[in-house]
Design a binder for this molecule. Structure first.
Ligand code: GTP
Length: 237
């Protein structure tokens, strides 16, 4: 078994990743597979924070017709549904979790309180951060970057459909080249769409590396957390 490289990680899961092949809603086979991989990290003694997106339930704005802020708040609610599904799945495997939400809904989950989140992590609980940043106009990637900075995570594991960062879309360009390593400056200058620019800048300014890798390959979350060479690492090199 590999040794962990990072003590505390922030795992970012897109909402779509929870939908599996269906492309919408929640596929519990997929969620359970992700949970068993998270459990491996916890068993290795790694402290895990997680941010989930909401795109499997709500993909903003109804073709641009809706008010942006309303659509964004609907997206934040969608992240709560996903957070609860992930919590339920993890707890069914004996992993202790806490969901903290950026928008207060006390009957459903505890509010985001940074110092409490830190204590939960120190106690080996997985903390799932719901409702994004709690603000419209900010993505859940930005929420992952913000919470990673707040909980002093060593790295963000950005689990994607694609197995790293390419110089062009590999679905369109067969000669697209995958990067092993990139600086945040390069990501911003080349507009590489790893995360949106707000999230990328936040990671750059706070010196939080990001590992981009494919979620579909079983074992990748552990490999990334143990510093094995997978995907693309983005940092201030
Ligand atoms: P310790 O400080 O280590 O005891 O943490 P703890 O999370 O076990 O303590 P606490 O008594 O705060 O929480 C007990 C349970 O209640 C946990 O499952 C929390 O997630 C949950 N909880 C705490 N605050 C709230 C809240 O405001 N709303 C909801 N819905 N649940 C909460």
């Amino acid at each position: 078994m590999s040794e962990p490289k990072y003590k505390r990680i922030m795992l970012k899961l897109s909402g779509e990743s929870l939908a599996g092949e269906k492309g919408y809603g929640i596929d519990f086979d997929v969620v359970n597979r992700i949970s068993s991989e998270i459990k491996e990290l916890v068993d290795l003694g790694i402290e895990v924070g997680a941010v989930v997106g909401g795109g499997n339930i709500w993909r903003g704005r109804n073709g641009g017709e809706m008010d942006r802020t309303t659509a964004d708040y609907m997206g934040m609610l969608a992240t709560c549904i996903n957070a609860m599904a992930l919590q339920d799945s993890l707890e069914s495997m004996g992993v202790v979790t806490r969901v903290q939400t950026a928008i207060e809904m006390r009957e459903i989950a505890e509010p985001f309180i940074r110092r409490k989140a830190m204590r939960h992590l120190e106690k080996g609980r997985v903390v799932i951060f719901a409702s994004g940043t709690g603000n419209p106009y900010f993505s859940t990637d930005t929420a992952a970057a913000l919470r990673a900075a707040e909980i002093e995570a060593d790295v963000i594991l950005l689990a994607k459909k694609i197995d790293g960062v390419y110089d062009s879309d590999p679905n369109i360009n067969k000669n697209a080249k995958k990067y092993d390593k990139l600086t945040f400056q390069e990501v911003l200058e080349k507009d590489l769409k790893v995360m949106d620019s707000t999230a990328t800048s936040l990671c750059k300014d706070n010196n939080i590396p990001i590992i981009v890798f494919a979620l579909d390959e079983v074992g990748n979350i552990r490999k990334a957390a143990c510093g094995e060479k997978i995907g693309t690492i983005v940092g201030n090199f």
